[in-house]
Design a protein around this ligand. Structure first.
Ligand code: NAI
Length: 248
């Protein structure tokens, strides 16, 4: 990649232990960024932090816990003194059921992690970013944040919420030098899709893709890292779709 200006930028990635988050953390590290790797799975992010070096910090964070998200920002400030980028990416697919059969427990769990978690991370990161009059917030939504998806009403609602929250944040903080973008991946080959879909459904979905394949997590990571860079300095507010023409 061209020089993206990310050398020594302080970047927080949630959901960094696997899939899109891990690929993105590795790509930021290649650009010389200082990483904060947050995940519910501490052992994996500790291992990744040791591998990436450059003073990377591993934190156990449940993004559904607002206090834990605040502690993540406090720990970042203690270690590095700034927050340049936050990638609010942790998420789950949740159990599948049509709206009338959705349990309250399943509904609340997905909204808590996939929507509230993004809000908590954003809210906490805004304080140091506003003080610095600089920052980039990238939130993982989904193509399900742009169109309806049957049998995952909680996920669809959460991801539409992430798109809306990202637009509002972008508008509110545009004059403070803070950009905010929702990334909307299509069908990405990660544990999430591999574990929630049966093999037949996985194969059928793959065949349905306009490009005849799902995306590698790296293909989302590259978009995220570009968005975080100074090459995307006028890109804010609009969702970025990385879906191989699925919603075209
Ligand atoms: P993944 O399952 O491979 O990785 C998710 C990571 O988030 C894991 O490391 C997991 O431990 C962590 N995590 C889960 N709950 C957490 C919590 N409460 N607090 C902190 N960390 C938590 O999933 P993948 O596919 O990489 O998904 C990442 C994001 O991308 C999610 O927000 C997902 O909704 C979104 N997405 C994924 C798509 C796909 O096709 N895989 C498509 C569109 C969006």
């Amino acid at each position: 990649m061209a020089d993206l200006g990310l050398q020594d930028k302080v970047v927080i990635v949630t959901g960094a232990a696997a899939g899109i988050g891990e690929a993105t953390a590795r790509t930021f590290a290649e650009e010389g960024a200082k990483l904060v790797l947050a995940d519910i799975n501490l052992a994996v992010v500790e291992k990744l932090a040791a591998e990436l070096g450059n003073d990377a910090l591993a934190l156990q964070v449940d993004v559904a816990d607002a206090d834990a998200c605040q502690r993540m920002i406090d720990a970042t400030m203690d270690r590095f003194g700034q927050v340049d980028v936050i990638f609010n990416n942790a998420g789950i697919a949740g159990n599948r059921a049509r709206t009338g059969k959705q349990t309250l427990e399943d509904w609340r769990q997905v909204i808590d992690i996939d929507l509230n978690g993004v809000f908590y991370g954003t809210r906490a990161a805004l304080e140091p970013m506003k003080a610095a009059q600089s920052g980039v917030i990238i939130n993982t939504a989904s193509v399900d944040g742009l169109m309806g998806m049957a049998s995952i009403p909680h996920y669809t609602a959460a991801k539409h919420g992430v798109v809306g929250l990202s637009k509002a944040t972008a508008l509110e903080y545009a004059k403070d030098g803070i950009r905010c973008v929702a990334v909307c991946p299509g069908f990405i080959e990660t544990d999430m899709t591999k574990t929630t879909l049966g093999p037949d459904e996985y194969a059928a979905l793959t065949a349905m893709m306009p490009m005849g394949r799902g995306a590698a997590p790296q293909e989302v990571a590259d978009a995220v890292v570009w968005l975080a860079s100074n090459k995307a300095s006028y890109v804010t507010g609009c969702p970025m779709v990385v879906d191989g023409a699925l919603t075209a």
